[in-house]
Design a protein around this ligand. Structure first.
Ligand SMILES: [Zn+2]
Length: 274
């Protein structure tokens, strides 16, 4: 229990947005049931830190949605996080939180050597990173934002772009932990050992491959030209050839995301202008 408190209990307070929420449609938090006794203390800690409330508050203060959205945590029997367009619900499964915490606990080379506070920040940041990805799906679906190409990549772009443009110290707090998590996960899955059927399912999946997602996000972070972005790229092992083009990639991404998503925002970015 103490460990869970340390892991989840580090409160990532995203930047405070100005202005009251005026829109009719609102994001509302929810907490479902734990699927097994081991998840109960995790759920209690998440409730105690009001994580769903804080996630809903980020939506309500920053975005104008055309319909209500539910944001919360429950057991799904699978380690996943997803947006359900029918229910208009972002669900972060308790199994997913367990996976992030387990991944962190097994990272003996880096994470476990960090001070406790830093360790908690990583776990917390990885969860926020995934939430922002799902929020990207939600905004696209609810406000009918046009996207071409792979929506999963756009959701990754949204997560990094939202963090960089709307969250103070974004790379350190959200992007770096997100990249860390996908990087660690990528190392646990070796496509060269897959059976023909497994490979088929893996390649046909809507998501880019884990490693591609890691390099993409690291590249965008690096492309912002900050020291924190450089550190993310270094941690991800982003090849030099890709690094050379990341500033242009980030610039184009920022222009396109701003054009497509600006109408959905009720606040200005941290820079104070679009
Ligand atoms: Zn997705």
């Amino acid at each position: 229990m103490g460990k869970w408190k340390a892991i989840i209990g580090s409160v990532l307070v995203l930047c405070a947005y100005a202005g009251p929420a005026m829109a009719q449609a609102r994001a509302t938090p929810f907490y479902g049931d734990a699927g097994e006794p081991a998840q109960q203390p995790i759920l209690e800690v998440i409730k105690g830190t009001q994580l769903a409330e804080r996630m809903a508050a980020v939506v309500n203060t920053s975005l104008t949605l055309r319909s209500d959205l539910h944001v919360g945590f429950r057991s799904c029997k699978v380690a996943n996080a997803f947006f359900n367009p029918q229910a208009r619900e972002i669900t972060i499964c308790l199994e997913f939180i367990q996976l992030v915490a387990k991944t962190a606990a097994e990272d003996n080379y880096y994470l476990m050597k960090l001070p406790r506070e830093e360790f908690s920040r990583y776990v917390d940041g990885a969860v926020w990173s995934v939430f922002l990805h799902e929020l990207g799906h939600a905004v696209i679906a609810i406000n009918q934002v046009p996207v071409t190409g792979r929506e999963e990549d756009v959701a990754d772009q949204f997560a990094v772009w939202f963090a960089v443009r709307f969250v103070t110290d974004a790379q350190k707090r959200v992007v770096e932990p997100g990249v860390w998590f996908w990087n660690r996960l990528a190392q646990t899955r070796d496509p060269s050992t897959f059976s023909t059927e497994e490979r088929k399912r893996f390649m046909a999946n809507e998501h880019s491959l884990d490693e591609q997602r890691v390099y993409n996000q690291a590249c965008w972070a690096y492309g912002t030209g900050t020291e924190a972005g450089y550190r993310v790229a270094q941690r991800a092992g982003l090849p030099r050839e890709r690094m050379q083009r990341c500033d242009q990639e980030w610039s184009k991404l920022n222009t396109a995301m701003t054009a497509n998503f600006r109408p959905q925002f009720r606040v200005l970015p941290l820079s104070g202008r679009w």
